[in-house]
Design a binder for this molecule. Structure first.
Ligand code: ADP
Ligand code: 5GP
Length: 215
């Protein structure tokens, strides 16, 4: 059986660059799988159903909640977002590392159920830069942008619940930092107990005839 994959949860205020970082991360790391969330938010220009999100209606979302199909869900900026349970669990069981890009409410629910997950919070270099990025992205109405900026400080105050903070100053550098975190997490002692166990239970075949090698 494959070793269980690592669940990597990425959060941060809207416009901080989570999506950009995740796209780059997935492009260069085939062992990573991205969990496509379900949402009741209408698609933005250029977004594709089944690629960026599963765009569904409120009724279907409620049915998914009732059927226990969501690992977590939350209302964010007036819309509902949720993580389909089966995909995540299947990929982890098959040994793949899975990335969830979700808000802080959802992340904390996941943390309660998956304390072994890795929780990474992405922050912008400054709040002015954050505002600039959301405006320049050009995907949200002025009201939506204002709402997202108003929520940013509250969001940021939850960052201490995460294991790692990554500043997204340059995309490539931020991606590298997340890759470094994932690599380090793979070597954690508690994720490698089977290596120690199997070594301890192996008999050394050379005991009887062993002689020190001369240097
Ligand atoms: P989020 O997913 O956190 O809402 P996005 O990934 O959509 O944020 O990024 C918001 C905008 O900021 C996009 O237009 C993106 O191209 C831009 N962006 C992301 N990272 C950087 C960066 N390091 N420097 C400058 N612009 C960035
Ligand atoms: P956006 O509308 O900008 O794509 O996303 C808005 C917020 O919803 C972001 O903070 C994003 O991380 C969060 N989000 C996206 N998918 C999910 C999900 O499945 N669950 C939760 N809790 N939040 C999500």
């Amino acid at each position: 059986m494959a070793q269980q994959g690592i669940l990597i949860v990425i959060s941060g205020p809207s416009g901080t660059g989570k999506g950009t970082i995740c796209r780059e991360l997935l492009r260069s790391n085939p062992h990573l799988k991205y969990s496509i969330s379900a949402t009741t938010r209408p698609p933005r220009v250029g977004e594709v159903d089944g690629v960026n999100y599963l765009f569904i209606g409120k009724n279907q979302f409620t049915t998914m909640i009732d059927n226990g199909e969501l690992l977590e869900w939350a209302e964010v900026y007036g819309n509902f977002y949720g993580t389909p349970r089966h995909y995540v669990l299947d990929q982890l069981n098959n040994g793949y590392d899975v990335v969830l890009e979700i808000d802080t409410q959802g992340a904390m629910k996941v943390k309660d159920n998956f304390p072994q997950g890795v929780f990474v919070y992405i922050i912008p270099p400054s709040l002015d830069e954050l505002a600039d990025r959301i405006y320049k992205r050009g995907t949200d109405s002025l009201d939506a942008i204002q709402n997202r900026l108003n929520c940013a400080s509250g969001e940021l105050s939850l960052a201490h619940n995460y294991h790692y903070i990554v500043v997204n100053d340059q995309v490539a550098a931020a991606v590298q930092k997340v890759e470094t975190i994932i690599t380090a997490e793979k070597y954690r002692a508690e994720r490698n107990t089977d290596l120690i166990d199997s070594l301890c239970h192996t008999k050394c075949t050379c005991n009887e005839h062993w002689v020190p090698s001369s240097k």
